[in-house]
Design a protein around this ligand. Structure first.
Ligand code: SF4
Length: 800
């Protein structure tokens, strides 16, 4: 065991805060500030600060469990447990075919695990039935971003751009609860004279900090965005030249928006026309502005269109693919971004490639050493997969997920899990899903293993092993290696994460999410690298570089020269080395490049002309611009031709979008009701979300004493008028009933929520399980369920 501080990252949310871990003599692990990581500059929320508590928790699993003949989970050896899993998977395949096997992954798995799990499903099991809980998280934003820009990366710009823009609209996002250290970016934005608009049915702690809070009825933010776009057109605020030069499809989108009169939008959303006008004024006044979405607009049965409407607003006003402007998605889970890039999603192969693309299948099959025709096609999306358990899907392997709590219509899904012929779960604790399993495998935790994650910025990060795991647990990679071997696939499932990453690099090479220029050493040296980051010429997958070759052999870079560094700095951001130093130290940027950009913006001149002028007057800038274009398209360019390592791509789309013609696409969208609207029987709307002291299904955080004390259970947030109608006082139990079930939790009465809406956090199982109520109506494109809105009735509980 090491006794010095190990720099690493938090195991929880997509901010992936940096932290140092130091083992103490008593076996505990201390978290200390890691100020060198620029994203959080040492700040952590309570979840990150207390994360080590679970490492030595007495509730942690340290032995495999198998279900005995009398139905109890009892300790077993690893051999017995692995044999049991492999035997049951093989039997199911033999009796029902490979697609009777299901695999359900998680957005918290490292890139290496997500990659290997996808490969395991398609190569070792031969099944198409794999998806993951990230489908529940941000897949509508991914679908909308891909439609509009040709490429989805949560944020196409770094967080550090937020304080420098002029206005941010945060739609359905509550970072004060979900990722508190990120609040400083919005505070700095306002300190710099920028404005913050928050769109949320609740007056959240984030909304309290906004210059303008818009509180639409849940499920109507699509109409809100259309109403704003209508006003943008009516007020002559469309950036006509940008629309002409950098987009396609405007006329249809314009026509759709013009059908949404502000008064009509007011009736749909409850947001007044003056509020709409003020939002448009604040958004359009500065030269640069951003729209950032999170689960609010995304977790709807029209989530892709809702996010598309906000993207349309950005495009019409020239606010995408320009410095300090754009649309971005604030991803939720720790590796929600990387988790969807490397093959555990039902329709994707590593490198964010489409499973239906013949060239992608050939490429990945070659890396995997299999026949492309042997790769299955796309499988069911997450909810559809879970809904098919016990019928089409007979056996399931779950890794890093707890759908008994986190899936919509959770009581039904719990029933589907119980109906399986066989269920195996890998987890660190006996989660509610693991408790239903036939075999439970205890696996290592984040501090006990090395691996990479990709943050909400698209920044690939290295999580380092800081301590040894306890006896009795094994890594997920080892589990997949052992199972693949037992299923007759002896090779191709290494247990060393760096070896897996080297293969992942080759599998991703040339794809949209190209990691081929990234290696562990770079990640350690550079505090992360933004994708896409292609390998230098002659060193990527095309060369057939051995997957076990180490980073220094591949890049050919001499550690001691440092000569590559200065080139990399310029290419990365189009700004000079001094700036990077400033970024590292957290000092305010004052570089010429950024200053020049902002000065030009202040003149109000056209962006395209500005870019040409800037490029034409500065040789350094021109070189940087060239590189940036190459970065965006992923094409070969001079930097790689020279054999220099690619610097990574913090900012996407500055010169062209990732579509065939380089233009962004407007997508015409119109308001439509939610899948369930209130009626006489269910007259109230339910929306769900998170609290600061808990994370996702709570499997980990509910078992941390300090967090559990801070947030011990669910609650029903409701307006005083609704509470008065029920006769409910603060803390009284109230029942929330939907067409799918009933949940009971104490009332929390506040004027910070609309009178027609109640809110429940979703972290808990049992009687107060919010997802008992939620609606699995799926978005037709992303297949994301409508967690954020369903019709309910609220009742006083009298039988207590
Ligand atoms: Fe940072 Fe998120 Fe971890 Fe909190 S949970 S410390 S915000 S990464």
């Amino acid at each position: 065991m090491q006794n010095t501080a190990t720099p690493t990252h938090c195991p929880y949310c997509a901010l992936q805060c940096g932290m140092n871990l130091t083992p103490a003599a008593d076996g505990t692990v201390e978290v200390t500030e890691r100020a060198d990581f620029p994203v959080n500059r040492g700040a952590l929320c309570g979840k990150g600060r207390t994360a080590p508590a679970l490492l030595s928790s007495r509730v942690r699993l340290t032995s495999p469990l198998v279900r005995s003949r009398d139905g109890e989970l009892t300790p077993a050896t690893w051999e017995e447990a692995l044999d049991r899993i492999a035997g049951n998977l093989a039997r199911t395949r033999e009796e029902h075919g490979a697609d009777a096997l299901g695999v359900f992954g998680g957005g918290g798995l490292t890139n290496e695990k997500a990659y290997t799990l996808g490969k395991f499903a398609r190569v070792a099991l031969g099944t198409s039935q794999i998806d993951y809980n990230g489908r529940f998280c941000m897949s509508s934003a991914a679908a909308a971003g891909t439609k509009a820009f040709g490429l989805d990366r949560g944020l196409p710009f770094p967080l550090e751009d937020i304080p420098k823009t002029g206005c941010v609209i945060l739609v359905g996002s509550n970072p004060a609860e979900t990722m508190p250290p990120s609040l400083r970016y919005f505070a700095e934005l306002r300190e710099n004279g920028g404005t913050l608009i928050v769109v949320d049915p609740r007056r959240t702690r984030t909304a309290e900090q906004a210059d303008l809070h818009l509180a639409p009825r849940p499920g109507t933010d699509l109409a809100l965005a259309l109403g704003m776009l209508h006003l943008v057109v009516a007020q002559g605020r469309v950036d006509e030249r940008y629309v002409e030069e950098r987009t396609a499809g405007w006329e249809d989108a314009r026509a759709a928006a013009m059908a949404h009169w502000p008064e009509y939008v007011e009736r749909i959303t409850g947001v007044s026309v003056p509020e709409l006008r003020e939002a448009v004024r604040l958004f359009c006044a500065p030269e640069a502005a951003m729209v950032l979405t999170a689960r609010g607009p995304e977790q709807q049965a029209k989530g892709t269109d809702t996010v598309g409407a906000w993207i349309n607003l950005c495009l019409a006003t020239g606010r995408a693919g320009r410095p300090l402007s754009g649309y971005g998605c604030l991803t939720g889970q720790g590796n929600g971004q990387g988790g969807r890039e490397h093959g555990q999603k039902a329709d994707q192969l590593p490198g964010y490639r489409k499973l239906t693309d013949p060239a992608a299948r050939r490429h990945v099959a070659e890396v995997w050493g299999v026949d492309p025709d042997s790769l299955p096609g796309p499988g069911r999306s997450a909810y559809e997969l879970l809904d098919a358990l016990g019928t089409d899907i007979r056996s399931l392997l779950v890794m890093g997920s707890n759908p008994v709590v986190s899936a919509p219509r959770a009581a039904h899904i719990e029933g589907r899990l119980r109906s399986l012929d066989f269920l195996a779960v890998c987890d660190v604790v006996l989660s509610e899903t693991a408790a239903l399993a036939d075999v439970v495998l205890p696996v290592t935790q984040w501090a006990e293993e090395t691996g990479t994650t990709t943050s909400l910025e698209g920044r690939v990060l290295l999580r380092r092993r800081a301590i040894s795991p306890p006896d009795g647990v094994r890594g997920d990679l080892e589990v997949l290696h052992e199972l693949a071997g037992r299923l007759g696939v002896e090779k191709g499932f290494p247990t060393d994460p760096e070896e897996v990453f080297e293969e992942l690099r080759r599998a991703s090479a040339g794809g949209p999410a190209d990691y081929s220029g990234i290696d562990y050493r770079r990640l350690a040296e550079e505090n992360g690298v933004f994708w896409p980051c292609p390998a230098p010429d002659g060193t990527n997958e095309a060369t057939g570089t051995d997957g076990t070759t180490r980073a220094d052999e591949i890049t050919g870079i001499d550690e001691t020269t440092g000569g590559e560094e200065s080139t990399g700095a310029d290419e990365t951001t189009g700004i000079d080395e001094a700036t990077r130093v400033d970024e590292t130290t957290g000092a305010e940027e004052t570089t010429g490049a950024d200053e020049a950009t902002r000065a030009e913006e202040a003149t109000g001149r056209d962006g395209a002309a500005r870019a040409e002028e800037t490029t034409g007057t500065d040789e350094t800038t021109r070189a940087d611009e060239t590189t940036r274009a190459e970065e965006t398209t992923g094409t070969d360019g001079p930097a790689r031709a020279r054999g220099h390592r690619h610097p990574g791509t913090p900012r996407l789309f500055l010169d062209r979008f990732a579509t065939d013609d380089g233009r962004a696409r407007f997508v015409p969208v119109s308001h439509r009701p939610s899948a369930e609207e209130p009626d006489d029987e269910y007259p109230v709307l339910l929306t769900t979300g998170r609290v600061v002291a808990q994370y996702q299904s709570g499997a980990q955080t509910r078992r941390v004493e300090e967090l559990n004390a801070a947030a011990p259970g669910p609650f029903v947030e409701l307006h005083p008028r609704l509470a008065a109608r029920l006769g409910a006082a603060e803390g009284d139990p109230v029942a929330v009933v939907s067409r799918r079930g009933r949940a009971v939790a104490p009332a929390r009465i506040t004027t910070g929520i609309r009178p027609d809406t109640v809110f429940m956090p979703f972290h808990w199982p049992g009687e107060g399980r919010a997802n008992t109520l939620t609606n699995p109506a799926l978005d037709p494109t992303s297949r994301m369920p409508e967690f954020k809105v369903c019709a309910v009735r609220v009742e006083a509980v009298t039988d207590v």
